[in-house]
Ligand binder design. Structure first.
Ligand SMILES: Cc1cc2nc3c(=O)[nH]c(=O)nc-3n(C[C@H](O)[C@H](O)[C@H](O)COP(=O)(O)OP(=O)(O)OC[C@H]3O[C@@H](n4cnc5c(N)ncnc54)[C@H](O)[C@@H]3O)c2cc1C
Length: 574
């Protein structure tokens, strides 16, 4: 972007309240505005898509209060004096996958996350789609890593014992000219953008694959390599395998500051003590810019973008067997969203969404009815049988794009011992297996500047999954129950989860003894009743296993109490 031109445009739009200047190889946009959307627009105006010359947003927002970052509710000295080779900040898919790749070497790896469990930000609040890369042009990191990551998924999920299915994605267009333009578009994606599985479907093929698609579509584009995965289960599996291979994961651990001297991070401050890492990996999602600032290496900005999804009752699962959506050839909606879709999840629900809304609140996970309405209006263009009355729950996640809309996977520009894995918006989940490999290699190369780094001779890529009783054959189920009768005690009737599976979750390498911790690992409470029936039993099992009194077992974290006294007969209010 030509800065003179950009400044003229900024003057025209915002009357001198905002200006851009170049400094240290990035573009700093400064001034004061009271509308967040104007701030985003001003920064976008100064940016160049996929450029490495990043826009840094230094515009003061006067139209509201940017909320303080949520912090763990305690301090202790559990990590005081720790000297890991690598400190990974962030326990989403980015941090967990790179931590696991690092354990292939003989390194002391410490991963911290400020939340009481892994995957509580973007990585646990997405569509779980393993994209084919069909909507990206060439020449950017997202394109490079989505193609590589997609191909790696089968092997990675097999090693980590995580369910993954290649269900295929079919997009159809109701627009005039679709019969000519869809094949042209598909040809472009296949031969120019190297998405080699791209195919064109005629009307008959389209309705054979997608019989519940609304009538009237004549042509579709199909990518059979599209997959689905449970994103939070994958993050947990990556982290558990890292732990099995020697890494330490410390939850409820927030990085609050750093001491940097002569371009080197010397000390990292957390609510659990000061840590002295040789190398820091910044995998902090929407907070990656804040972590970069702590490392005195802030050369990019993140503009948080919310997206809402609805989860439908399993009875609607038959409506769409893969991933479907309408592809508008002439896009008039907001840019930078794949436009969402209808996704058949790995657990056989349908997921409807997401939308894309800019926000200054990095942890605003609230779901607005307007988002659900907008998403349904759009997706009902493809399958009108989906109805809001079949929603069993919904969630909202916040994406972490830079203004250039590409991943940042590089060593610090001013600070030598930091690696940034930032701007990891969609398709970050898809790309993670591939960029984790490369970034772990980059980390090792940096560490080797100081001393030899050997392979970890005991590295084992295999994580044994918890058996899923409902998916076993009657014979297998019988054998398991004979070995351990707890697998015969069904606790969650919606999802058919046994007491044995819940105990397995509590015995896992990263035990999170809360209702949500167990739910994310083995799914009690994920079904139609959303835990109304099984939650008391889950609490009892957690209490019996850990010795935590029932009334002190929380939904999530240290403060999410569910009951505030003894239940009936206990003398206090339930
Ligand atoms: C609605 C939605 C749908 C999406 N759908 C898809 C999809 O279908 N397919 C796909 O490939 N991608 C999808 N994505 C993108 C994908 O979810 C992200 O690219 C990915 O999850 C980013 O992972 P991350 O680990 O970089 O960040 P996060 O998951 O946000 O993790 C960052 C972690 O850092 C921690 N942290 C932050 N600051 C600190 C600190 N100071 N100290 C300690 N810890 C800290 C946070 O607690 C958080 O856990 C979607 C995203 C959204 C929001």
């Amino acid at each position: 972007m030509d800065l003179k031109k950009a400044n003229r445009k900024l003057e025209e739009l915002y009357g001198g309240k905002v200006r851009a200047r170049e400094e240290d190889g990035c573009i700093r946009v400064e001034g004061e505005l009271d509308d967040w959307n104007d701030i985003v627009a001003a920064c976008v105006l100064c940016s160049t898509r996929y450029s490495k010359k990043h826009v840094v947003n230094d515009i003061t927002f006067t139209g509201g209060k940017i909320p303080e970052t949520r912090r763990p509710p305690f301090e202790d000295d559990a990590l005081e004096g720790r000297r890991p080779d690598v400190l990974v900040i962030g326990g989403g898919i980015t941090g967990a996958s790179v931590a696991r790749e690092l354990t292939k070497w003989d390194l002391d790896v410490l991963l911290v996350d400020k939340e009481p469990d892994l995957s509580l930000h973007g990585s646990g609040r997405n569509d779980g789609q393993v994209h084919p890369g069909v909507d990206l042009g060439n020449g950017n990191l997202k394109h490079e890593y989505v193609l590589k990551g997609n191909r790696m998924y089968g092997k990675v999920c097999e090693e980590l014992g995580v369910p993954f299915r290649r269900v295929g994605q079919y997009g159809s267009s109701p627009d005039k000219g679709a019969r000519i333009l869809v094949p042209l578009y598909a040809y472009w994606r296949k031969y120019v953008n190297h998405v080699s599985d791209t195919r064109v479907l005629n009307e008959k093929q389209l309705y054979e694959l997608d019989p519940n698609l609304n009538p009237g579509f004549k042509v579709g584009m199909y990518n059979p390599s599209t997959g689905i995965v449970s994103p939070y289960e994958l993050v947990i599996a990556y982290a558990e395998n890292a732990i099995q291979n020697g890494a330490q994961v410390s939850l409820d651990t927030m990085v609050t500051g750093m001491k940097v001297e002569e371009g080197v991070i010397k000390e990292v401050y957390t609510n659990r003590g000061t840590v002295y890492p040789r190398l820091v990996i910044n995998a902090a999602g929407v907070f990656a810019e804040d972590v970069a600032a702590m490392a005195q290496d802030r050369f990019f900005s993140i503009h948080p973008r919310k997206g809402t999804n609805s989860i439908m009752d399993k009875k609607t699962g038959h409506l769409v067997e893969g991933v479907t959506g309408v592809k508008r050839l002439f896009h008039s909606g907001p840019k930078n969203t794949k436009g969402g879709g209808i996704v058949h999840t790995v657990h056989d629900n349908l997921l409807i969404g997401p939308d894309a809304v800019e926000t200054y609140e990095k942890e605003n996970f609230a779901t607005e009815q307007s988002s659900i309405d907008a998403v349904f209006a759009k997706q009902r263009e493809a399958v009108s049988a989906i109805k809001q009355s079949d929603i069993i729950t919904y969630f909202t996640g916040v994406r972490a794009p830079t203004f250039e809309e590409d991943f940042i996977l590089e060593r610090g520009r001013k600070t030598k011992n930091v690696l940034h894995m930032a701007g990891i918006q969609s398709p970050g989940l898809t790309a993670a297996p591939a960029f984790a490999l490369d970034m772990a290699e980059m980390a090792v190369k940096i560490l080797k500047e100081e001393r030899e780094v050997r392979k970890n001779p005991d590295y084992d890529p295999i994580r044994k999954p918890i058996p899923q009783v409902k998916d076993l054959s009657p014979e297998e189920r019988d054998a398991l129950i004979k070995k351990d009768p707890d697998y015969g005690v069904i606790v969650c009737r919606c999802e058919e989860i046994s007491k044995g599976e819940i105990l397995d979750a509590l015995r896992s390498p990263l035990c999170v003894p809360t209702v949500d911790g167990v739910k994310k690992r083995v799914r009690p409470g994920m079904g139609r009743c959303q835990g109304s029936f099984c939650m008391p039993q889950v609490i009892r099992i957690i209490s019996e296993y850990t010795g935590i009194p029932e009334e002190e077992v929380t939904k999530s974290g240290r403060r999410g109490f569910i009951s505030y006294g003894k239940k009936k007969g206990g003398g206090e209010n339930g």
